[in-house]
Design a protein around this ligand. Structure first.
Ligand SMILES: Cc1ncc(COP(=O)(O)O)c(C=O)c1O
Length: 385
């Protein structure tokens, strides 16, 4: 008898970003521009609240849905910041947005279902969708500055469409949607017979126009699952706190799936999260000031190299067009690492729609960015010689 694995798990590969960042140790002098987390410290009040929670013995399980006090605080935060109104029984606290994504898809999907993905997009969705035996239907949004439109969606909807996942501000492109575009999409999606899942984890990281949440449109609420969290907004990636919001009846099912997976989110981290969304609710403002300076610096350097990128108005990434070099994004990133000592992520990591691009994260100190861009410039000069 031969022992087998689940057929979908067996196919899973190490995520493309990790494939590159895991190789950095082979190149000790390499400048790493791959990481998708803030290079700032967690606010002091949040750290202290975590420590106090441990010392005060808040080290046991919480309610499956999360601490009631945290859910009330998140409800207030979402209403004040985004006019997204959810009662606390419509909010689930998860172990990061990652767990929210996994739990939502495991609650909704069945084999044969189709999920629409406007790409380039975060690489974390596809494995979860495919693990459920569902199929990804990709839309290439690079033709429209990475902004999906109702017409693009309409062209791929079938009677098997179960959901669409949206991610604005977008990883890996930094694209955001205007208020008008968001309203038009919300109106279209409200008429459709499938769920909208909106991952708004970068909602606090916008550099001009504030984020407009899909949660602010009452007509869409019955079909919307809204995902957010504190990893990016509060530099809390290691705390693992996410939020999932939706209609009460659906959230009750999602909570049961979550409960069988992990019982509840990390409890001291839930206490720290209360401080994050109350006392430290505007923590992202300081980070955004730095991101704007860095983004502008990187764009000036790229433009001096005659390189073009998708207009980045949020998150902390640049998605750089490498099509003029007629090589795959994997080969480009590999050469950048092996011959020039700068680590960037191949665009193909973010679905096939990302081929022809590489992603650079500017969640790094200005000096690190300067050195990384010097190395990239050396490569570009050699390629265009
Ligand atoms: C779009 C997007 N969603 C979700 C996540 C995961 O967030 P969390 O740390 O809250 O699990 C990331 C992390 O990079 C991301 O870019």
């Amino acid at each position: 008898m031969s022992l087998t694995l689940n057929r979908y798990a067996e196919k899973l590969e190490v995520p493309g970003i990790r494939k590159f960042s895991n190789r950095i140790s082979e190149f000790p002098e390499a400048v790493n521009l791959t990481v998708g987390q803030p290079d700032f410290h967690t606010p002091a009040i949040v750290k202290q609240t975590f420590i106090d929670a441990v010392n005060d013995n808040y080290t046991t399980y919480s309610h499956n849905q999360g601490l009631p006090e945290l859910r009330r605080a998140v409800s207030q935060f979402m209403a004040d910041k985004y006019n997204a109104c959810y009662e606390s029984d419509c909010i689930l606290i998860t172990n990061g947005a990652s767990e929210a994504i996994d739990t939502v898809f495991r609650t909704l999907l069945e084999p044969g279902d189709e999920v629409i993905l406007p790409g380039p997009i975060y690489a974390g969705y596809i494995p979860v969708i495919e693990n459920m035996g569902a199929t990804v239907v990709l839309i290439d949004t690079t033709v429209n500055q990475c902004k999906v439109t109702p017409e693009m969606i309409e062209a791929v909807v079938t009677d098997k469409t179960k959901a669409i996942i949206l991610n604005y501000p977008n990883n890996p492109t930094g694209a955001i949607l205007s208020a008008d575009d968001t309203a038009a999409l919300a109106h279209y999606l409200a008429q459709q017979n499938f769920y909208t899942i909106s991952d708004e984890i970068y909602s606090e990281n916008t550099f001009g126009q504030p984020h407009v949440s899909f949660g602010s449109f009452p007509e869409l609420q019955e079909k919307l699952l809204l995902i957010n969290g504190l990893s990016k907004s509060h530099a809390m990636t290691g705390f693992r706190i996410g939020f999932c919001m939706g209609p009460a009846e659906l959230m009750a099912h999602i909570t049961i799936v979550h409960a069988y997976n992990c019982i509840c989110a990390n409890v001291p981290a839930q206490h720290a999260a209360i401080a994050a969304v109350t006392t430290a609710r505007d923590a992202a403002a300081v980070m955004n000031e730095a991101y704007i300076v860095r983004r502008n610096y990187c764009m000036e350097r790229l433009s001096a190299m005659n390189m073009r990128c998708i207009q980045p108005d949020g998150a902390f990434y640049l998605f750089i067009d490498i099509q003029p070099f007629a090589m795959t994004s994997f080969d480009f990133a590999n050469r950048a690492l092996e011959q020039y000592g700068v680590v960037i992520v191949p665009g193909s990591t973010f679905t096939a729609a990302g081929e022809g691009y590489v992603r650079l994260s500017y969640a790094y100190h200005q000096d690190v960015l300067a050195e990384g861009l010097n190395r990239l410039e050396a490569m570009v000069n050699d390629l265009t010689r």
